[in-house]
Design a protein around this ligand. Structure first.
Ligand SMILES: [Zn+2]
Ligand SMILES: [Zn+2]
Length: 234
């Protein structure tokens, strides 16, 4: 899996390029003010970007959608419950004293878990509300048929006995639901703390401990580390 992350002022929010090392197909996730760096990274890897996927519609995660669409001509996906935020991006900017441009309309709303595909990878969409109503976790893994080759590369089987042992390892792009050592804020419109905690415990913590987690801000972590040491969750 090719995975690049970039962040830029003022929010230092992570945008991602995720690509298939074999087919060179990829996706861009949460393009914000670092969008030009993401486009450069995609070009650097020779990736053909198929879609723009959004974890949620807070302004820091969507201000690069227009530029990405103009450069790539690909559709944007979002959870329907966040479309009200997406359409209020100008007003969200005003809350932070920023002048933000309206973004082109979302092309598709996620339906169930998808899955969406690029190259030999699959993206499963898991609804994880709480930070905002339409927050999702994007769970990226190699297609099931490749489980054997994935484990040959050192992947470990799930020990929780939830029937995932045939699944290849997954990388979670969790947006602002969970951070290394912290959790998402719930004081913005549509936020709710009990809902957020339920999303983390029931959805994110259902993945194996060694699952890598990339958040919307800061460094990567793992499910196991957050289960053991996140002060908001132990
Ligand atoms: Zn957010
Ligand atoms: Zn954010």
């Amino acid at each position: 899996m090719i995975l690049e992350h970039r962040a830029a002022a003022p929010f230092f929010k992570n945008g991602f390029v995720v690509g298939c090392e074999e087919t060179r197909e990829g996706v861009i996730v949460d393009p914000g003010d670092e969008v030009d760096q993401l486009l450069e990274a995609a070009t650097g890897h020779g990736l053909s970007i198929k879609t723009i996927l959004l974890t949620h519609a807070h302004l820091d995660h969507i201000t690069g959608v227009g530029r990405a669409k103009a450069a790539l001509g690909v559709p944007t996906w979002l959870h329907r419950d966040d479309n009200f935020l997406y359409e209020q991006v100008v007003e969200q900017g005003q809350m932070f004293g920023l002048r933000v441009e309206r973004q082109p309309p979302v092309d598709h709303f996620y339906e169930g878990e998808g899955p969406l595909r690029f190259g030999r990878y699959v993206v499963r969409v898991r609804h994880t509300p709480g930070h905002c109503p339409g927050g999702v976790c994007l769970a990226v893994s190699r297609l099931r048929g490749d489980a054997a080759s994935a484990s040959a590369q050192g992947a470990t089987a799930d020990k929780s006995g939830q029937g995932r042992e045939e699944d290849p390892p997954t990388v979670l792009l969790v947006g602002d639901t969970l951070f290394a050592g912290s959790i998402g804020r719930t004081d913005l419109p549509g936020g709710d703390l009990p809902t957020l905690l339920r999303s983390i415990r029931e959805v994110l913590f259902s993945y194996p401990d060694d699952t890598v987690v990339w958040s919307g801000h800061g460094e990567a972590t793992t499910i196991g580390r957050e289960k053991r040491s996140n002060p908001f969750l132990i």
